[in-house]
Design a protein around this ligand. Structure first.
Ligand SMILES: NC(=O)c1ccc[n+]([C@@H]2O[C@H](COP(=O)([O-])OP(=O)(O)OC[C@H]3O[C@@H](n4cnc5c(N)ncnc54)[C@H](OP(=O)(O)O)[C@@H]3O)[C@@H](O)[C@H]2O)c1
Length: 294
């Protein structure tokens, strides 16, 4: 992580703290030297938060769909990491609820996890992120937007399936993805959150070293010793394959559209911002594959 000034006396909150990214961000805050008493894990369901509580951090209920939980959860918080909601379709409303509560609670700095090129891409997921960015801008709150690329775990999480089939099937052609691990994105978000606000405000395009699906297949082959190839199919064929695997029509078309975004280069960036925020190279694809094999 870069040498951002640590503000031990500031109070920090992380939403979605029972999720993968949120939990990693809580861990990164503690590793960064913020005392546990200054860290608040905001969770939808406090019953799932025993592990967080065991870290000594404060646990508060904060449900994006229940505005009445949000302002109390943000009371006394100076810096907030707003982890984007997984509920596609509801997110602008949900995030708007959090932003309004942050404003009412006088939060001094908000870091929001968006998506690469949110304001200039055809990626189907982007409009909700761009809409949230607009709300932040309109709120007048100091903010930074971490425009995260794809998680490398989107692929390493399917490693067993790729190895079993000996192939990765997609419709992204030679398109490349600047993916990084969730842990790296979490650390970068914490670097933004704990830094000098004047330096961190604005939009950060974050991604790791880019790879195509053929390069992913090669990296898996090289790392595991099991031959895996990439098989590129037409968008219609890809949709049919997804439907055949039990996916409903709308979701299959949505997932196919993500492949086409990759083919158009919309999930790629050559921005050095992730490396700069981490103060080191992001975790390599090969290391991420190795870690997923353990
Ligand atoms: N860049 C990528 O490749 C990529 C991939 C997938 C997702 N994402 C985005 O990145 C976000 C974080 O990723 P992740 O892997 O940490 O996702 P995750 O593990 O699914 O975590 C999502 C978190 O959001 C919480 N949540 C859901 N609905 C909520 C609500 N109404 N109010 C408050 N919290 C709510 C969940 O709470 P519970 O624990 O109670 O369910 C969970 O803690 C996702 O939500 C999504 O927006 C990005």
């Amino acid at each position: 992580m870069s040498e951002a000034p640590v503000l031990p006396t500031a109070t920090y909150a992380v939403t979605g703290a029972t999720g993968h990214l949120g939990r990693l961000a809580v861990d990164a805050l503690l590793r960064h030297g913020v005392p546990a008493r200054n860290v608040f894990a905001l969770v939808r369901d406090t019953a799932k938060a025993d592990e967080l509580a065991a870290l000594g951090v404060g646990v508060r209920e904060a449900d994006y769909d229940r505005p009445e939980t949000l302002e109390p959860a943000l009371e006394g918080i100076e810096r907030l990491l707003l982890v984007s909601s997984p509920t596609v379709g509801d997110r602008v409303t949900q995030h708007g609820n959090v932003i309004r509560a942050a404003d009412a609670a006088d939060v001094g700095f908000v870091v929001y996890t968006s998506v690469l090129h949110a304001d200039e891409t055809e990626l189907a997921l982007a409009p909700e992120h761009a809409g949230t960015e607009d709300l932040l801008q309109a709120s007048g709150l100091p903010f930074a937007v971490a425009r995260n690329g794809w998680y490398v775990e989107n692929y390493t999480g399917r490693l067993d399936e790729y190895l079993e089939r000996g192939e990765i099937v997609g419709a992204s052609g030679d398109g490349r993805v600047s993916a990084a691990t969730r842990a790296d994105y979490a650390e970068a978000a914490v670097s933004l959150l704990t830094g000098d606000i004047a330096d961190q405000q604005g939009y950060w395009e974050l991604g790791g070293p880019a790879f195509s699906m053929s390069e992913l297949a090669d990296a898996i082959t090289e790392t595991t010793g099991t031959k895996v190839v990439y098989r590129d199919v037409s968008p219609d064929e890809f949709t049919d394959i997804l439907r055949g695997a039990g996916m409903d029509e709308d979701t299959a078309r949505f997932v196919t559209s993500l492949e086409l975004s990759i083919a158009r280069g919309e999930l790629e960036t050559d921005s050095p911002a992730l490396e700069n925020l981490l103060g080191r190279a992001p975790t390599s694809l090969v290391d991420a594959i190795r870690a997923a094999r353990v």
